[in-house]
Write a protein that binds this ligand. Structure first.
Ligand code: GLC
Length: 403
């Protein structure tokens, strides 16, 4: 069996991490299979896939496609821009030339199955794929608010053999937006539970953030996320402003700007200014990018997930639980399928800074609760979110669509 994976991004976000876990899991169970990655840019994804034994092909996007981002895809119906986009981006000579190059690359690889990760590749893969090769869309995000993209996906769905979704919640969204004619399966993400584990290297978050060392009994609470607007950095800062300043607590914002597309993310400078206006600048540190999120999480007592919109899955949630850390989760969308509120994590309403502050306060004051959630969280991940499950679910799916 030969599988070609197509990724629109070469940097490491959640869906790229999952792609690497899929490649690893398949290599372990089916060492004879050939795995290929076609990606729009060189970078960490291509390097790591190669190290795992996949062949990699870099096919750079033309500018018009590279720049097409979440914000422009959120255009609502009826606006002039919608038609403009529909008629311009995927129908430009540059886009057609790209589809031809992709088709040629696929013909050379001769895959038995094409697995696409990310909306741009779902569409480009549908346009470029050889007629007889089945296409699997692995959908990681909601379509509902992306009217333009949903319209295009609907047009392209006849070329898709099966859809994999990362949560039932995303699955419902797919049915609502592009219909239910295509076989669809929820495959919850899996992670490497030996990397995301309670024991191992830790980081000196204070020095990374340029802060003086915190006092010994300080409780450390951190948000580990990309800088997309909806990841809730502002809610986290607002929550900090609501927490009793006497509580020995230090907060960290861990991560950096990632996306290529404009207007889709907050900047550290903006967040620092916001922290200052809220009067919490002395309570929060910004570490910037960390190469090992597991080491960062192990350095925290409480890991916060604060997405202001329903989270399709929320890899960081299972990573935190796997590291044996108490997690506070924005409980909506796919994230709700991962946790049991009060048992293996605490939930709060998306965007509700008061509730988030209350959860952090409760955990900061109660080491036993933290330990109980941590133990239960680790057990949940071992049982449900170990990446070895990925191949067990995907291999039969690939075999089915090929038959
Ligand atoms: C996307 C989703 C995120 C999920 C990740 C991996 O980035 O927004 O919720 O964890 O894909 O499936």
């Amino acid at each position: 069996m030969r599988i070609a994976f197509l990724s629109p991004s070469g940097r490491m976000g959640g869906s790229e991490a999952v792609l690497l876990d899929i490649i690893t899991s398949i290599r372990e169970t089916e060492p004879g299979w050939k795995l290929d990655l076609i990606v729009s840019e060189s970078g960490p994804l291509a390097a790591r896939a190669k190290a795992l034994g996949a062949s990699t092909t870099i096919l750079p996007f033309p500018d018009s496609i590279a720049r097409l981002g979440d914000s422009s895809l959120n255009t609502s119906p009826g606006s002039g821009r919608l038609n403009l986009l529909r008629h311009s981006i995927f129908a430009t000579p540059a886009a057609s030339a790209y589809v031809s190059r992709l088709r040629k690359a696929l013909r050379e690889l001769q895959p038995d199955v094409i697995h696409t990760n990310g909306f741009k590749m779902h569409l480009l893969g549908a346009l470029a794929k050889p007629r007889t090769v089945p296409l699997v869309w692995h959908i990681h995000d909601y379509l509902q608010s992306r009217v333009f993209m949903a319209g295009l996906m609907k047009l392209a769905r006849a070329r898709c053999a099966a859809i994999v979704v990362n949560s039932d919640s995303v699955g419902q969204d797919v049915v609502a937006t592009i219909g239910n004619g295509i076989p669809q399966q929820t495959i919850h993400n899996g992670i490497d539970t030996s990397v995301f584990s309670p024991e191992g290297e830790r980081l000196d978050l204070d020095s990374l953030a340029g802060l003086a060392p915190a006092k010994p009994d300080t409780i450390r609470v951190g948000l580990v996320a990309t800088f997309a607007h909806w990841k809730g950095h502002e809610v986290f800062l607002k929550a900090l402003a609501l927490i009793d300043p006497e509580l020995p607590l230090r907060a960290y914002i861990i991560g950096d700007e990632l996306y290529q597309t404009e207007g889709s993310q907050v900047s550290i400078a903006e967040l620092k200014a916001r922290a200052q206006r809220l009067g919490v600048e002395n309570r929060v540190g910004f570490t910037g990018f960390v190469a090992e999120p597991a080491a960062a999480m192990r350095s925290l007592d409480i890991v916060v997930h604060a997405s202001t919109q329903p989270e399709p899955f929320g890899l960081v949630i299972v990573e935190a639980m796997a590291c044996g850390r108490a997690a506070v989760v924005s409980a909506a969308g796919g994230a709700r399928e991962l946790i049991e509120d009060g048992v293996n994590a605490l939930g709060h309403e998306p965007g509700n800074a008061e509730q988030l502050a209350a959860c952090i306060t409760r955990l900061a004051k109660d080491p036993e609760l933290r330990a109980r959630l941590a133990r239960a969280g680790r057990a949940t991940v071992a049982q449900r979110f170990d990446r070895r499950r990925l191949a067990r679910e995907l291999v039969p799916l690939y075999e089915r669509v090929r038959a």
